[in-house]
Design a protein around this ligand. Structure first.
Ligand SMILES: [Zn+2]
Ligand SMILES: [Zn+2]
Ligand SMILES: [Zn+2]
Length: 90
């Protein structure tokens, strides 16, 4: 049944639906060309997985790194390293 479905086009990669083929094509080109990875939370895409990870950390979690020595909290590993150098360097 349903051979003549005209409900549009579905992206096989992420399930997004478009009612026009050109819309789907543009979507695939924008979202799935190359090795781009997309955030499952907000659909932003990134050129590499490490950018996505940073984005996830920044935009979708409240996770902080805590300095064991003084309790200061940093969102980024890099700023924690900077903090350690600045305040706890022997
Ligand atoms: Zn898609
Ligand atoms: Zn996101
Ligand atoms: Zn500290």
């Amino acid at each position: 049944m349903g051979q003549h479905k005209c409900e549009g086009f579905t992206c096989e990669l992420c399930g997004s639906k478009y009612n026009a083929l050109f819309g789907l094509r543009r979507h695939i080109q924008e979202k799935h060309s190359g090795n781009r990875v997309s955030c499952s939370e907000c659909n932003q895409t990134f050129a590499a997985e490490r950018y996505l990870k940073e984005h996830l950390k920044f935009a979708h979690t409240n996770e902080y790194l805590t300095c064991e020595l003084c309790g200061v909290q940093c969102k980024w590993e890099a700023s924690m390293i900077r903090h350690m150098r600045r305040y706890h360097q022997k």
